[in-house]
Structures are given as structure tokens and as C-alpha cells.
Ligand binder design. Sequence first.
Ligand SMILES: Nc1nc2c(ncn2[C@@H]2O[C@H](COP(=O)(O)OP(=O)(O)OP(=O)(O)O)[C@@H](O)[C@H]2O)c(=O)[nH]1
Length: 702
Amino acid sequence: MSRKQTQLYGDDDLDYDEEDYDEDAYDDWDEPVAGPAVAKGSHGHKAHVKPKASPHKPAAPAAAAGASALAQALSDPPPLRPDGKPQRGGNKHLASAHHHNSYPLSPGHQQGGFEFNTPSPDDRAKAAGPAGRPTVGIPLAPSKTPTVKQQQQAAAARKAASAAEGAAAALHSQHSIDEALHDLHDLNLAAQPGDGSSVSVSSSSNGLAADAARKGSRAGGGAVAWRPLEDYCMEADLARDVDAALASEAGVGRRGLHLVVMGHVDAGKSTLMGRLLSELGQVSQKEVHKNQKESAQAGKASFSWAWVLDERPEERARGVTVDVAVARFNTRGHSITLLDAPGHRDFVPNMISGAGLADAALLLVDGSPGGFEAGFYGEGAAAGDAAAGFGGLGPDAPPGGQTQEHAQLARSLGVEQLAVVISKLDTCDYSQERFEYIRSQLLPFLKTVGFRESSVQWLPAVGPAGQNLVAPPSEPLLLRWWKGPTLVQAIDAFKPKPRNTGAPLRMPVHDVFKARQGGVCVGGKLEGGALKPGSKLLLVPGYEAAVVKSLEVNGQDHAPLALAGDSADVLLSGIDASALHAGAVLCHPEFPVHLAVKFTVQVLVLQVPLPILKGHAVTIHAHTAREAGVISALLGLCDSKTGQHRQHKPRCLLSGQTALVEVTLVRPMPLERFADVKALGRIALREGGRTVAVGVVTSINE
Ligand SMILES: Nc1nc2c(ncn2[C@@H]2O[C@H](COP(=O)(O)OP(=O)(O)OP(=O)(O)O)[C@@H](O)[C@H]2O)c(=O)[nH]1
């Protein structure tokens, strides 16, 4: 049914003990690169679930439900079944376990946290502008997010260019993939070692460089360098296609939406989603019966719905989700890409990679007695602990659960819309009192981490009993008091994010796999720009050029176009597969993404047991990338409300403080300033298995 994230790790890397996850074995950072998350279609391995039309969605296209297939498939693709479909669990790509205490984040710990209702770190970074000049690449002109006027001007310019270049554009649009590939041979890109900030180019008269030279736009007379993004003007033929696609999308009225499902371990995420997919007709009855039979035989009958998404043998044996599973379905208003994240604290890095893609989130909260308390205040907490001050203030407070950590991370990764789904109320007679109690405990926390109350929906749902998923509840105990939305209605109420199509292409690589028809495919979400077959790309790091051979977009095979906001599997030509890996970024060849080694970040320090000092070793998570680094300088403390500079060069950072810090990486990472490309400018800093800070990149210094 689902496709899992790509990770360049095998099952052997998953070396945790079912009984007792060994925390101490993972003290040093060596977290695997989080992988990908896009359902496979023609490029990859076909789903084993036959998509069916849903009775609940108008003219739903065949849902692409992909089987797991990951980067490892490049060298060791899983054997296919006789019917040509992948074997269950055939792709092995588990993360090595990192088990550490999760960080505590009770409301009391949030000293001026992400106040997105007031100026947030995001807002402050935007308002403050660059804290320093970007120094990666040449030229070093500062850039800023295009204003609406600039975007309108750019759109007008695109239209004018489109009209003026009529014939030339038509010629260009007919430029065959083979011709583009031919061009690539003439484009000799070689990354300069060390900073990767610029790329030397030698080109023939008919290559990409020649195209650029004709436009007179290549900086430095032949060097591919970082360029201000507002200089970008989309190629006329692509712009025409984009405009047409946006116009037709507006007519159809259904937009793509990436939805992450998160929450504490065992909250019921996979069960609820498995049941939902089944009710929406995305899972065949045969599959449902098979899962029921096999899970019962394995002594895991209660997990049969979860098995729709938890396909790996390890996940099924342990009853724990490890990787983000991806599935697709349609609601009335949206084409949903569902990202079922793991809840166990060992797999927070995987959750981060899923949340990084999301436009909206479902936060599953276990409503059973003690369930909410364990997920919110930390394992070991029980009902009544909140009243007793469990999870309270002070450095010795026990760590919070992943309900807190996931909500905080999702918000800091840009998720603004949330539906809190309170599950397992069947264990307490569908108690309205319990529902209201949980809401009263959770809402203040969610507001503290930056969710607007008006952007948070609340609803009960019970996966195993199928209550309040697609149809209103049939259970009298629930029906008596619940008059609100069903799960599908709540999902439908989310608003898609505006597409950032006017920007140069930015597509962080989540997944690398071998296409069935041969060649290498990358999966990911476009965070800027657009792509179509024949588009020329640049991979950073590596500065390898490539051409798009074909596209699968949001599950649709042989798509003519992928736009910012879409999930795409891109079949590439002209590139060495070994250069591709999760965390790299596909970008416009003339507007490469920054490759940063040293950068400034405005961070919010989360609950830390010890003050953060200069030289603190951290793991930096940004989009699909993850690198080791250190906090190389504490530049200043900021006012938590206004973001204004308050203290120069503090000696240390304490929980709840907002600060400007410089980070130096061990290896360069593709990054952007938050002000330029939000999705590539948000970071989380983790250490010892806990998230210690979240923030936004304000300048790239080397
Ligand atoms: N009674 C009851 N049990 C539930 C409900 N939802 C899930 N469960 C059970 O809770 C257990 C865990 O469910 P999962 O769906 O695997 O939980 P999860 O949140 O996906 O777990 P991870 O992904 O590993 O974090 C299973 O035994 C489910 O049958 C519910 O609404 N009511």
C-alpha cells in the first residue's frame, strides 16, 4: 500500500532490541540520512494494492499506492513477485536506532517559545533581513523574497517573453530529450573542492552555457555561481506550461496537499490511516482479510489495520513504525499525499523528514486512561500526573513525550495547520469529559509552540471501530455528544499552501531508486519552480548535470509537468547514479542552491539539561539533509518577542532563549536563507537523540 522513505541503510543497521532499546549505544551522532517518501508508480515498483474508485470521492483517479523501494534498490533491488509486484518488505532501509531521552517541553518550559501569533523566529528573520552578507559563490549580491509586485512583474515578463519569443519558444519546447542530453555532453561541470561555492564550466556553442550566454545571464563569464533568486525569469516555454497548468488546476478545484500523521508511539496512527484508506476504497477486501489472517497468526491481531502501512517485517514483528510510509487518496477538495510518521523516539529523524514535506498535520493523541499523559508528559506518566505536576518545571523534570516533540518540530518545520485526533476513546466509553480534558491540557502547549488556535481542529476518531473516519459516528456513546467533523472533513478543511512556482527549481532529494524501465529515479517534493521532461538540472552537491527523461507527479505516470508543491518521481538521464543521494538538491542549472559550511541561524533553544556553549556538537537537520556540525559561535541573544538583538556574544544559551548562532558543518550541506526559500532555510539541531533547538537560516557565510 505504502511506500517507505529511502534510506541508504539495510536491515542490519537496525540493531535495536525489542525489549530494551539501547540508548547508550548511540551517544555519538551517526544518525542515518533520512530518506524519502513518495509513492511509487511506473518509475518504481508498483503497489501491491489495486487502487479502486472511492465511493467517497468524485472521480478519484487511481491512487498510486507504492510499495517500499529505497535507495538501496539501486544496488540491490528487491525481487519482484511473479505478478511483477514487489515482495513485502523487500526493501530494507531501516535507520539505525538512536535511543536517548527525548527532550522535555512542557508548557512551563516554553519561555517565549515560537510565538507565531506574535513575531516568530521565522517572522523575525524575515523582518530583520540578512544578518550578514551571503558569501557563498559569486556574485555576493544580497537577495530578498520577491514582493507580490515583483512576482506580478515576473509574471508579466514571462507572458511578454512568451509572446515575443513565440517561434523560438515553440522551437525550444520541441527540444528533444536526446538533444538536451547531447547538450549535457558539452557541459563540463566540475565542482570546486572545498567550498563548492562555484562551478567552472566549459561549454560548446550549443550547450546550456551557450543558452545562458545567449541570455547574457551567466555570471563571471562562464562560472556557475550562486545568483540572487530575484534575477530568475522562468524559461518561456516552461512558464507557458506552468501558467496553463495553474489555470486548469484552478478550474478543477482539487489541489495536492501533503499531510503528515504524527504523535507518540502507539497513539494509533497507522491503525487509523490503514482503516481510513480501506474505507476510502484504497485497500482491497482481499488485502484486509489477508492482513487480518496473517496478523492473527503472528499474534498481532490488533495491528491488522496498521499492517496496511507498516509493511516491513521488522515493523510488523515489533508493532512499531520505523520509516515514513506514503500513500495517496483524494478527498473532495484535495489530492492527499499521506505521510505516516513513526512515533517512537528512536525514529524522530525519520519523522522530521516526513514533517518537512508536510502542508498540514494530524496529531494523534491516545485518549485512553494514561495514554495521553504518557505521550504528553513522558513515558511513566499516568493519568493524574498532570495535576500532580508531572512534567513540570525545572531542569530535573522528566522528558516530555513525542506528542510534544512532534508538535514542536512540525511547527518549526513550517506546518501551520493541525488537526488533533483523539483516539482510543472506546477504552473510556467515548467519554466527552476525557476529550475535553485532553484538549484543555494540549491547547495551551500548542499555542505556546506557535499554532494559532484558529488553525487547530479537534476531533475524536477510533480506527479499529471505524468511528468518525469517513461517515459520522454510529456509536451511540459518541454520537450523543460529537457533532463536529469527521476525519475526512477535517482533512478537507486544510488549505493547500501557495505554490512557489516563480522561483528557480529546488527539489530536495528524498529517495533514489532504480526505475523499472531502467535508469535512475529520484523522488522528492518540489519546493520551488517547475520541471518537465527535457528540463535540465543541476545536482548539488556534486554539481552534476542531468536531464529529466520522464515524470511521475502525485502518483500520475508520464506527467507533463511538476510544479512547486508537487511530489515527483523524476527519471533522470545523463547522470551517474552514484552521485545521487538523499539530502542533495536538484536545482536550476543557472541558479544553484547554496552549498553551506558555515551559516548563521536564529534559534529557539528548547528544553536542554545543560546550557549550550560555544563548540557544542550537534546534528543539523534541514529539508532531507542531515550533517554533523558544531555551534561555532554564540553571536547574540535576541528578544524572544521582537527578535531584536539584546546581548552580544553571550557565554551560553539557556532553555527558552532565542539567539543568533553560527553553525559550522563537518561537510557542506545544500541550504538557503529562510528569507529566500523557506523550506530550505529551516533547521533543527539535535544532540544525543533529542532536539535541542530549532531555527531559521539568516545568512550563509561560507
Ligand atoms: N482500543 C483502541 N486501540 C487502538 C486504537 N487505535 C489504535 N489502537 C491500537 O493501538 C496499538 C498501536 O496502534 P498503531 O496504529 O500501531 O500505533 P502507531 O501510532 O501507528 O504506532 P507507531 O507508528 O509505532 O508510533 C494497536 O494495537 C492498535 O490496535 C483505538 O482507537 N482504540
